[in-house]
Design a protein around this ligand. Structure first.
Ligand code: ADP
Length: 517
């Protein structure tokens, strides 16, 4: 048995590696520079802890969270591994003990907060103690346009150059820009051995549905799973409270949870969820970080999450035990508008806004996918998948039709009205409705006026939603949400490209009377 496998069993008490772990451990043990992208909970820590034992010398672990470092150090010590942390959370005795262990050459893993790298003394110390490996946890913190940017992470590149030892970087953030930034800043642009594994959670069934009486949709979904533990994510605090009440009225065990609650109430909700069977928590994104409940059987989104990463994290809380789990994500044009305006009106620098729009686009693409959802999802994370057989589109393939003409009409309506209007007005123009606004703006004389009568209002709403979902039209915050064409729309408008749309959602819209504007 190789050394790594022995440590796996004897020190960590695991029988086998998780998907991806063994290759990463091998590469790190052999001194390669490594970038490993694994989902949260995939077992990243083992991928540097085990090589730290297998290699001579000390492994320095840079991590952004003091609490996490302390947990890992405690767990390692309990397993008989010499590990210590130097953080601002230390008592003097703890720090002294770490120094003693270092001086005596006993320490195998030294955890450090990135702030520590700022002092010259730290570098001198690290040179002296014989560091043989640098491990960087949450490596995406080095990305200036990411959500977790930590300026001190920028020092890690200097540290690697100064010590001239291999570096292994770990993150769960998979988008290409972040990956490139990590390579630039931690590895000076020299491509490390890169591993990307374990994003698939095959036991989780994926499904999306357009909002169509969302409260009823969630109640129906929960009713079909009565007695099972589940989470419903909502976009607002108020909605968590009203939906939790509606679920209780329907006979479920249900509590709400959001960041505006008393810490004691929040803890109570967490504890009850962990302990009681069949509890439904209706929550904002504030819920979930510290929840370690393996048998969550379903996760529903009453509103569209803010990005594909957020979606993946949130559905990923279901089915940790590996048994079948189900998800349902609701979305509508209002969600798209809201999420876009949150990005546009946020304080983030322009580059980050572009990246945030791209993350939202990826999620909308998933929502409006024409075939296997897992394929779209895993593609985003860089993994490949043939039809999964465990999503709504594999269960029942979407009917599609060539929507080029409809899309071209809609784009032309937007363009000819100066890109100042929302879908409601544009649909009036397409249907030839002589509303006050249409007459007042002189839009009855446009060539597009009345050219879209083959569809009714609801059908056009679905077409516009699909177009926004594919990022052909975007609400412009500087024009009160007026829809503007994106560059992707140009070839369609010019007749140089064609586009498929989903027929089923449009036919379904046909069966109901047109909704009020
Ligand atoms: P993350 O990737 O989020 O850092 P962790 O390293 O904390 O994940 O691992 C998540 C959980 O998986 C931990 O409880 C850890 O003990 C467990 N784990 C890691 N590797 C294995 C393995 N090979 N076999 C069984 N459990 C494992």
């Amino acid at each position: 048995m190789c050394a790594a496998a022995t440590y796996l069993r004897d020190v960590f008490g695991f029988d086998s590696f998780r998907p991806g772990q063994e290759e990463i451990v091998d590469a790190v043990v052999h001194g390669e520079n490594v970038l490993a992208i694994m989902p949260t909970g995939g077992g990243k820590s083992l991928c540097f802890q085990l090589p730290a034992l297998a290699r001579e010398g000390v492994t320095v672990v840079i991590s952004p969270l003091i609490a996490l470092m302390r947990d890992q150090v405690r767990a390692l010590r309990e397993a008989g591994v010499e590990a210590g942390a130097l953080t601002s959370g230390n008592t003097d005795e703890e720090t002294a003990a770490v120094w003693d262990a270092l001086d005596e050459g006993r320490l195998k893993l030294l955890y450090m907060a990135p702030e520590r790298l700022g002092s010259g003394a730290a570098l001198g110390m690290l040179r002296r103690i014989g560091v043989s490996l640098i491990a960087v946890d949450e490596a995406h913190c080095v990305s200036q346009w990411g959500h977790d940017f930590r300026p001190d992470y920028l020092r890690i590149g200097d540290l690697r150059r100064a010590l001239n030892v291999p570096l292994a970087a770990f993150t769960a953030t998979a988008d290409a820009e972040t990956r490139d930034e990590i390579v630039q800043r931690l590895f000076d642009g020299e491509a490390p051995s890169t591993f990307l594994r374990g994003f698939d959670r095959p036991n989780i069934h994926l499904a999306f549905a357009a909002k169509d009486g969302p409260r009823r949709q969630i109640l129906d979904f929960a009713a079909a799973r009565k007695g099972q533990s589940g989470i419903v994510y909502c976009g607002t605090r108020a909605k968590t409270e009203s939906l939790a009440a509606a679920l209780r009225d329907a006979g479920h065990l249900s509590m709400h949870y959001h960041g505006g609650m008393d810490p004691a109430d929040r803890r109570n909700a967490e504890t009850r969820f962990q302990r009681e069977d069949g509890m439904i928590v209706v929550a904002t994104v504030a819920f979930g970080m510290g929840i370690d409940k393996p048998d969550i059987r379903w996760v529903a989104h009453a509103d569209l999450p803010k990005s594909i990463e957020a979606y993946y994290q949130e559905i990923g809380r279901a089915g940790r035990d590996g048994a079948p789990a189900e998800t349902l994500t609701l979305f509508g044009p209002d969600d798209i508008r809201l999420r876009r305006s949150q990005i546009d009106e946020g304080l983030a620098p322009p580059e980050r806004r572009v990246a945030d729009h791209a993350r939202l686009n990826a999620l909308l693409g998933l929502a409006e996918a024409l075939k296997c959802r897992r394929q779209s999802l895993l593609n985003y994370f860089g993994e490949t998948e043939i039809s999964c057989g465990n999503c709504d589109l594999c269960d029942r393939p979407a009917e599609i039709f060539d929507g080029t003409i409809a899309v071209r009409k809609a784009l032309s309506a937007a363009l000819r009205t100066g890109e100042w209007f929302g879908s409601g007005h544009l649909i009036d123009v397409l249907l030839g409705n002589e509303t006050e606004k249409v007459k007042e703006r002189g839009h009855t004389s446009l060539p597009t006026f009345g050219v879209g009568r083959e569809y009714n209002k609801r059908q056009w709403q679905v077409i516009f939603r699909q177009m926004m979902g594919r990022d052909l039209l975007r609400p412009d915050p500087e024009r009160h949400g007026g829809l503007r064409m994106t560059d992707d729309a140009l070839p369609l408008l010019k007749g140089e490209a064609s586009i498929d749309l989903r027929q089923d959602t449009i036919s379904k819209a046909d069966r109901r009377p047109a909704a009020k504007a």
